[in-house]
Design a binder for this molecule. Structure first.
Ligand code: DOR
Length: 424
């Protein structure tokens, strides 16, 4: 049976236009004239956008189901309006061979409600050092190669990884962090850190490795994507790399765009890596969004147990959840005040990530029907107790927001409907 979503503002070719979306056998069809026998879903003027794609999430399975599972993580994604996520490889076992990656793929096939594209490791055991994986063996199953959670420390090893990734046509997706510069730090090395006697993570620990890697991209021609950019220096390095025509892209996360170290509190829900940076960094990230240097917003959804997040800034695990409140936060705090247009936000969350990683799904005729309906008038409060994710730690707890996903569909199948859409 065909389903026709009517009375919607649909995002196509960079702008919203009133129209219909017709879906048959999982695909968007060019002919959207309603006929007898169609199921018609009126959307009351709501926005319909290509489903969001989060290229940086931690789904924790196999290995850490107490923190999150493929089932709970993808349910959280669907609720946040995501139709696809790319899953990071800090798992047990780490996906460093087709067999170990296969364990994750089996769970994805069984439990995922949105598309999950796993990354393969760069190094065996995702150690950031030692032996490289077999890139050719992993390439058919991996959306890219990453050791996220760890930087690849040796320049020679990264150069060789880039050569091999380039040879198999997959990107290197880099968590940039120079271990030598960390010196036991766990929050940004800024005013808050000094005032409260903490140990700081300097900005250089990130941008030094971005700088090195961009040099290596020049030598190897590898497609290269920088994870969770948090510093002004990294933004400038990526800007220059793009101007030089290198195949470099990057993402940042909502918390780096909306918070700084001035917002820190002595609670684990403010702790993540990279850390909340200074005001100048946040401004540089917004400038990077404005001029296209930063092409994607990813959440770095990193769930941990309540106990692991209960040990304050010093002792808590690094990582916060993000899937269920990213769009509302960015809509409320960037779009409504006029910092970023809604069109740009959808481009950063849906269009660009799909393009950068060559992923399917969308709302054009012939696309696999992956889409999200947004209610921009819904007003609510971020309440972690209501999350579908097992992770509850977010610095945005209690924030008043506007806008939310009310319906999410993957391959034409509705995988999430909120209360307001239940009877339609
Ligand atoms: O905050 C973080 N959490 N940063 C990382 O690099 C890893 C992640 C995790 O896996 O918890």
């Amino acid at each position: 049976m065909r389903t026709i979503y009517t009375d919607a503002e649909i995002f196509r070719d960079g702008r919203f236009e009133r129209g219909r979306l017709a879906v048959e056998e999982g695909r968007v069809t060019a002919d959207d004239e309603p006929r007898a026998g169609d199921r018609v879903v009126p959307l009351g003027g709501r926005r319909l956008v290509p489903g969001f794609v989060d290229v940086h999430v931690h789904l924790r399975e196999p290995g850490f189901p107490q923190k999150e599972t493929i089932a709970t993580g993808t349910a959280a994604a669907a609720r946040g309006g995501y139709t696809a996520v790319c899953s990071m490889p800090n798992l047990r076992p780490a996906p460093d061979t087709p067999e170990t990656l296969g364990l994750q793929r089996d769970i994805i096939r069984r439990d995922a409600v949105v598309r999950v594209y796993p990354y393969g490791c760069i190094t065996m055991g995702q150690r950031g050092c030692g032996e490289l994986v077999d890139f050719a063996a992993l390439a058919p199953y991996a959306v890219g190669f990453s050791d996220d959670g760890r930087g690849v420390q040796s320049e020679e090893l990264m150069a060789e990884a880039m050569r091999r990734a380039a040879a198999v046509g997959r990107p290197i997706v880099a968590h940039c962090e120079v271990d030598e510069l960390l010196r036991g730090g766990y929050i940004h090395d800024g005013a808050y850190c000094r005032a409260h006697g903490h140990r700081g993570i300097c900005s250089e620990s990130e941008w030094r490795q971005v700088e090195r890697d961009i040099r290596l991209v020049g030598q190897t021609g590898c497609r290269y994507h920088v994870c969770h950019v948090s510093t002004k220096e990294s933004v400038e390095l990526v800007r220059r790399a793009k101007a030089a025509g290198l195949p470099v892209s990057c993402e940042t996360a909502p918390h780096y765009l909306l918070l700084t170290d001035e917002d820190l509190r002595e609670e684990g829900r403010f702790k993540m890596n990279p850390p909340l940076r200074g005001r100048a960094d946040r401004e540089a990230l917004l400038a990077g969004i404005a001029d296209g240097t930063i092409e994607a917003i990813a959440t770095d959804h990193a769930p941990h147990t309540a106990e692991e997040k209960s040990r304050g800034l010093v002792g808590s695990a690094m990582g916060i959840v993000g899937l269920e409140c990213a769009f509302p936060l960015l809509y409320t705090h960037l779009v409504l005040p006029g910092v970023v247009s809604l069109e740009r936000l959808v481009t950063l969350m849906a269009v660009n990530p799909r393009r950068l990683f060559g992923l399917e799904g969308g709302v054009a005729a012939g696309d696999a029907a992956d889409f999200t309906v947004l209610d921009l008038d819904a007003r609510w409060e971020v309440d972690p107790a209501a999350f579908l994710s097992k992770g509850r730690a977010t610095p945005f707890e209690g924030w008043r927001v506007q806008g939310r996903a009310v319906l999410t569909a993957v391959n034409g199948r509705e995988v999430y409907r909120d209360e307001t859409m239940k009877n339609q």
